[in-house]
Design a protein around this ligand. Structure first.
Ligand SMILES: *[C@@H]1O[C@H](CO)[C@@H](O)[C@H](O)[C@H]1NC(C)=O
Length: 167
């Protein structure tokens, strides 16, 4: 008895070969790409996608560091509402350079969202202190809250917005 392999019986031989095969699969996994994208673990243990979706990092932005994310270069589009920065790149048709909310790209959109106005005069110049929104009426605050809810459901929160000097 003990830890000796007895290859004398067909069952043991089959078992031994199966173990060898399994170990080989673990050490040298098959790398061929399956014909269809696997959806379950067992279908594609060693299959990897070519690239992963870009990772979104939570950052602190200021009006000046947020401004470049206006989509004009074809890159990411961010905007802030009430201090929360959203990545709205997926909504480029709305928030990109030619979108109806394009003025808000790279900016604090709070006042415009609250007043349902998408004009440039809703924006605070990026070298000024953040809009404190203290003059908003309750219905305007409710409007803004509606937009925050919409953005939270649809887009990714990727940071917070603070004053230029607070970073
Ligand atoms: C806006 O932000 C302030 C400070 O974080 C918070 O107290 C307020 O509830 C927010 N307003 C809305 C409409 O979310």
């Amino acid at each position: 008895m003990g830890l000796t392999f007895d290859l004398g019986t067909p069952v043991n031989t089959a078992l031994f070969l199966y173990i060898l095969y399994s170990v080989q699969r673990i050490i040298i996994p098959p790398t061929s790409k399956p014909a269809t994208t696997p959806h379950e673990f067992k279908q594609g243990y060693s299959w990897k996608p070519k690239s992963h979706p870009p990772t979104v990092m939570f950052r602190t932005y200021t009006p000046k560091t947020l401004a470049p994310f206006n989509g004009l270069d074809g890159g990411r589009i961010l905007l802030a509402i009430n201090g929360t920065v959203f990545d709205v790149t997926a909504g480029r048709n709305f928030y990109g350079p030619n979108g109806m909310y394009g003025n808000f790209a790279g900016r604090d959109a709070s006042r415009g969202m609250a007043k349902q106005s998408f004009d440039l005069d809703m924006l605070t110049p990026i070298d000024q202190p953040l809009d404190d929104l203290s003059d908003l009426r309750q219905d305007e605050i409710d409007n803004m809250k509606g937009w925050i809810d919409h953005f939270s459901n649809k887009y990714i929160v990727c940071g917070k917005l603070v004053n230029n000097d607070d970073i």
